[in-house]
Design a protein. Structure first.
Length: 169
């Protein structure tokens, strides 16, 4: 359980296979990320280069190449192949978080996951607050200060985490 990044060289005589719950990944010479947190949640395989085969116990299999991800849904045991949907899927490894015209609610969710601390917002729902920036291995408090200054917000710290509020000046 958890998240891991692999860089594996191809070896036809000794295939590298990872068993994950009801799925498996057969490495065909590649680098990829596995996100498997809970048997009841989706398993996501994201390929940064090379090729992998992602299979379920029902015999369904997809080949994934650079820029693609396979998503296993445990409720119906299906695997779907799609373009990588999260530009920050490796932020846990690289420390780099990118926001490209991201709405503040999405920014809060990404920061909460990345820093393992609740980050929420309390702003007027009719207010459009979008962010374009990159944070490179910065502390959460510094990140929040930059966001607050950029979007004219206040930060409130509590036992549960942080809340961004509209500035009442």
């Amino acid at each position: 359980e958890g998240e891991a990044y692999f860089e594996i060289a191809r070896n036809e005589q000794k295939p590298f296979i990872i068993q994950i719950g009801e799925t498996s990944v057969k490495v065909l010479g590649t680098a990829f990320n596995i996100n498997y947190k809970d048997p009841l949640d989706e398993t996501v395989i994201s390929v940064t280069h090379g090729k992998v085969s992602f299979s379920n116990d029902k015999g369904q299999s997809v080949f994934l190449t650079k820029g693609e991800e396979g998503v296993f849904n445990p409720s119906d045991l299906s695997i779907v192949k799609e373009p990588i949907s999260d530009i920050n899927f490796l932020s846990w490894k690289t420390g780099i978080i990118k926001f490209e015209d991201f709405e503040l609610s999405k920014v809060c969710k990404i920061l909460s996951k990345h820093y393992d601390t609740e980050v929420s917002m309390d702003v007027d729902p009719d207010t459009s607050l979008n962010l374009n920036t990159v944070f490179d291995n910065q502390e959460l408090e510094e990140v929040l200060a930059i966001i607050a200054e950029t979007l004219d917000l206040d930060i409130e710290k509590s036992d549960n985490g942080y809340t961004l509020h509209q500035n009442n000046k």
